[in-house]
Ligand binder design. Structure first.
Ligand SMILES: *Cc1c(COP(=O)(O)O)cnc(C)c1O
Length: 374
């Protein structure tokens, strides 16, 4: 099949074009002020995101990986401490654990939500365990209630890696929900350009509900200083730049609209692909809304051949993630058997999904998939 326009996994140019004048003037404002570090736009954005998430504080930092590292430093995790993470996630989650001399303990994931399986956590808790890092993968929340109970029972801290689900709600009861990232001790997020709320370079933030923790995080992210040239803690240099914050301030207003655009794409895919027995679409759990950072299907057929076919028809697809963390060279652990993470790594494929997808493009993509003869 043939399609005139080039299909892409994300469309950052199209998204920018729609809000170009607002973004350009926000950036120009920072340049005119020359307030490149810790400018007013940073404080404004932290305040707006705090209100959006309904939490005590948001603290900007350099990127989502730094946010995880700063969270672990603020919780005073010490070398040798064990931190429980899902085996099926982006590497950043485990990387900072290892960098700080902590030990990542990989746990298997749920075959439907792709997030850490709460039933598999307790068996991995030891006397050295200090924290759990659930990752809200692809845009929906991990099942937090049982994780919160375990954390209470064993006095563990929870850091939510919310790089992929900013704006999603975790449903705690009928009328009782909380935004992902505000449920544990600390939430972290990333503003990498292709994330649901993306800036024009690197950016990240920490989300906190505790006043003393938020003060400490602010210090750690800025060289551990309480006031200029007085360093009470060992810190890092990880700040959100003013230009990125200005961009984010404009885009935050559209975050819910962006989420609905993604949900509409997901609904269309669900509807069109439902009849195909050789694939399984993403599950929408009853405890979370889904902001569809990715639309990821599981294939019951040869994945390489399918990808080759899609590429021959000019439809890009991606594999997030082709190798679970416990099988990566840097984190290899052959004693672990995590069958769900391993089988997902062999069978998942993410389809194009973004805020600017046109009906014709979606029809073309689903027609290509429906015409496949495995
Ligand atoms: C993107 C991402 C990160 C890291 O964010 P950066 O801003 O790229 O450092 C961490 N965890 C997950 C799950 C991610 O998707």
């Amino acid at each position: 099949m043939n399609f005139m326009e080039k299909i892409t996994m994300v469309d950052l140019k199209g998204q920018y074009q729609k809000i170009k004048s607002e973004i350009d003037s926000a950036i120009q404002g920072v340049i005119d002020d020359a307030s490149f570090i810790k400018g007013k736009s940073v404080a404004d954005f932290e305040e707006s995101l705090k209100i959006y998430l309904d939490c005590h504080a948001v603290i900007g930092c350099g990127n989502g990986t730094d946010a995880l590292q700063i969270a672990m430093m603020a919780l005073e995790l010490k070398p040798g401490d064990e931190v429980i993470v899902p085996a099926f996630t982006y590497v950043a989650t485990a990387e900072v654990i290892a960098l700080l001399g902590l030990k990542p303990i990989f746990v298997d994931v749920d075959p439907d939500t792709f997030c850490i399986d709460p039933d598999k956590i307790e068996g991995s808790i030891s006397s050295h365990t200090r924290a759990i890092v659930p990752v809200h993968l692809y845009g929906q929340s991990a099942e937090m209630s049982p994780i919160l109970e375990l954390a209470k029972k064993y006095s563990l801290k929870i850091i939510e890696d919310n790089a992929q689900a900013l704006g999603a709600n975790y449903q705690q009861g009928l009328d009782n929900y909380a935004k992902c990232g505000t449920i544990g001790d600390i939430g972290t997020t990333s503003f990498f350009p292709s994330k649901n709320l993306g800036c024009f370079g690197d950016g990240g933030a920490l989300i906190v509900n505790d006043q003393s923790l938020s003060k400490k995080i602010r210090m750690i992210a800025n060289h551990g200083q309480s006031k200029k040239y007085y360093h009470d803690l060992v810190g890092v240099n990880s700040r959100l730049d003013s230009i990125q914050a200005a961009v984010l301030n404009v885009k935050l207003k559209y975050l819910d609209e962006y989420a609905s655009a993604r949900q509409q794409v997901a609904d269309f895919y669900d509807d069109q692909l439902d009849q195909l027995s050789w694939l399984q679409g993403p599950t929408r759990s009853d405890f979370s809304t889904h902001v569809f950072h990715q639309y990821t299907i599981k294939l019951k057929i040869d994945r390489d051949k399918f990808i080759e076919y899609m590429s021959a028809n000019s439809v890009p697809v991606q594999i997030y993630y082709p190798l679970p963390l416990h099988m990566q060279k840097a984190y290899f652990n052959d004693k672990l058997d995590l069958p769900v993470a391993t089988s997902l790594s062999d069978s998942v494929v993410s389809l194009p999904i973004h805020t600017e997808m046109k009906d014709e493009t979606l029809c073309y993509i689903t027609n290509v998939i429906k015409a496949y003869e495995p």
